[in-house]
Ligand binder design. Structure first.
Ligand code: PLP
Length: 388
């Protein structure tokens, strides 16, 4: 699978003004920038000069990351945040007011669900949930909505959505579309080119790629980002630190290579799992034709086993797959469905979403397909009640 990640400057920078032509631009690790004169300070505050003043506003290392993300997402501009949740809260709170209605897909990231159920509810913003894989259901629920909130692929069930069709329906009803693009990354999907108004990422996942940074980013057309930058962001204040932006710049340099490796390994493992009699269902978008606009699949997917596999023994027997949430790093991870359901994000999650206590979510890391498959096979044998 080739991808359209062909802008050499995104990877090889050494960006234009790097000190001493350092291959890796130095981190501008400062909160504050001073002025050489009264006139320069006044002109800056009058908006006649745009330059860094204070790192909650503008920091050169952060700006470098934002410009690269905007380019990767094939749009005008981007803003980076201290977490994916800060990106989600800014994108949503910045665009809805009391009395508005938000329509969200049902298998939304659990903390986004909690944000919607607590703060949005408290502000008098109604949030309704709909099955994003059913465009007719989405179209039916859209009238009166101000914002359509999508995540593709969705959390846990890993359902890829037809973003072009859904954002077109939203526009028809006067609603803006916000897409959480953390799963495919800009390497495999660019929601703005499919008609979305804003795209956001938990950069803690694949963009960082090394499980050592928590960060987020929102990208989109100039006016929408300017609104967030000038009116929302300075006061909600969830600014990314320069060091974290620097780590993300490092992550971007290998993003296409890592995504190709995650894709290849995970798809092969998903196919092998699908062939086992003890497996009921593999929720991996690559096992069916992809929706328009999705150019590849990643390392994260879910598997439902038949009852004869004891999920507790399976998880405990794994050696390379570690029990842990998050994903997108070099390491392989597993989350049991029962743990997911016990979070009580939604008491009826099992019934409403189809999440089974007999399912697990896997993140296939970069350890190598055969080593990971050996680990899974051994753990399945250890957990197979019919083999005892
Ligand atoms: C992790 C995640 C988030 C939240 O990001 P943080 O960086 O942890 O705040 C949002 N959306 C998706 C799909 C995620 O997986």
């Amino acid at each position: 699978m080739t991808q359209s990640y062909d802008d050499a400057r995104l990877i090889t920078a050494h960006d234009e003004e790097s000190i001493l032509s350092a291959v890796v631009p130095p981190i501008v690790q400062t909160s504050l920038f001073t002025f050489d004169s009264f006139d320069e300070m006044l002109a800056t505050y009058r908006g006649e000069i745009r330059r860094p003043v204070y790192s909650r506003g503008l920091n050169p290392t952060v700006r470098q990351f934002e410009e690269k993300i905007a380019r990767l997402e094939k749009t005008d501009d981007a803003i980076a945040f201290a977490s994916g949740m800060a990106a989600i809260s800014a994108a949503v709170l910045g665009n809805v007011s009391t009395g508005d209605r938000v329509l969200a897909i049902r298998n939304v990231y659990p903390d986004a669900f909690r944000l919607f159920g607590t703060h949005l509810a408290r502000m008098g913003i109604q949030v309704d949930y709909v099955d994003g894989t059913d465009p007719d259901a989405v179209a039916h629920a859209l009238p009166g909505a101000k914002l359509l909130y999508l995540e593709s692929a969705t959390s846990w069930m890993i359902e890829p959505l037809d973003i072009a069709r859904l954002s077109d329906a939203a526009r028809h009803h006067g609603a803006m579309t916000v897409v959480d693009n953390s799963w495919p990354t800009p390497v495999f999907q660019n929601p703005i080119t499919l008609g979305a108004d804003l795209v956001l990422h938990s950069a803690s996942k694949y963009i960082g790629g090394h499980s050592d940074v928590v960060a987020g980013v929102v990208a989109g057309p100039e006016a929408r980002i300017a609104h967030l930058r000038d009116e929302i962001y300075p006061y909600l204040g969830g600014r990314i630190a320069p060091m974290d932006a620097w780590l993300l710049l490092r992550g971007l340099r290998t993003l296409p290579l890592r995504m190709a490796a995650h894709q290849e390994s995970a798809l092969e493992i998903a196919r092998r799992l699908q062939d086992l009699d003890c497996v009921a269902k593999v929720m991996h978008p690559g096992l069916a034709p992809l929706p328009p606009g999705l150019r590849g699949t990643t390392g994260l997917f879910s598997v439902e086993f038949h009852d004869r596999i004891d999920i507790r023994s399976f998880c405990d027997a794994l050696k390379l797959f570690r029990l842990g949430v998050s994903w997108g790093g070099h390491e392989s991870l597993i989350v049991p469905g029962e743990v997911m359901l016990s979070q009580q994000a939604r008491p009826n999650a099992a019934r409403e979403f189809g999440i089974s206590a007999h399912s697990v979510r896997l993140h296939v890391g970069l350890e190598g397909t055969e080593a990971l498959w050996t680990d899974l096979k051994a753990a399945i044998s250890a957990a197979d009640k019919s083999a005892r």
